[in-house]
Design a protein around this ligand. Structure first.
Ligand SMILES: [Zn+2]
Length: 89
């Protein structure tokens, strides 16, 4: 069975400041600079979670410091290519 997380509500979240290279994370692609940043580490470590729900997330990009709102549909799973707060992978 696929594993998934459903998000409901409005969240004020903070981007993770240090990613482990090769680790899987859940986050967003910044609407301004297009860098990926993470808000959660992927609990499965596989990048195969299904993410859904009517939630809204307010978060500031750690790369360009632009604050934006994102929906759960915009959540992305990505594998960090390098350490640091964001990734182009
Ligand atoms: Zn950005």
């Amino acid at each position: 069975m696929p594993q998934g997380i459903q998000f409901t509500g409005d969240y004020e979240v903070t981007a993770l400041q240090a990613l482990i290279p090769g680790g899987w994370y859940i986050g967003f692609a910044c609407k301004r600079c297009r860098q990926h940043f993470a808000i959660l580490s992927d609990p499965t470590g596989t990048g195969a979670l299904e993410l859904s729900g009517p939630a809204t997330f307010s978060v500031t990009c750690p790369n360009c410091e632009t604050r934006n709102q994102y929906s759960a549909r915009e959540l992305v799973q990505f594998q960090a290519a390098q350490g640091g707060p964001s990734s182009t992978a």
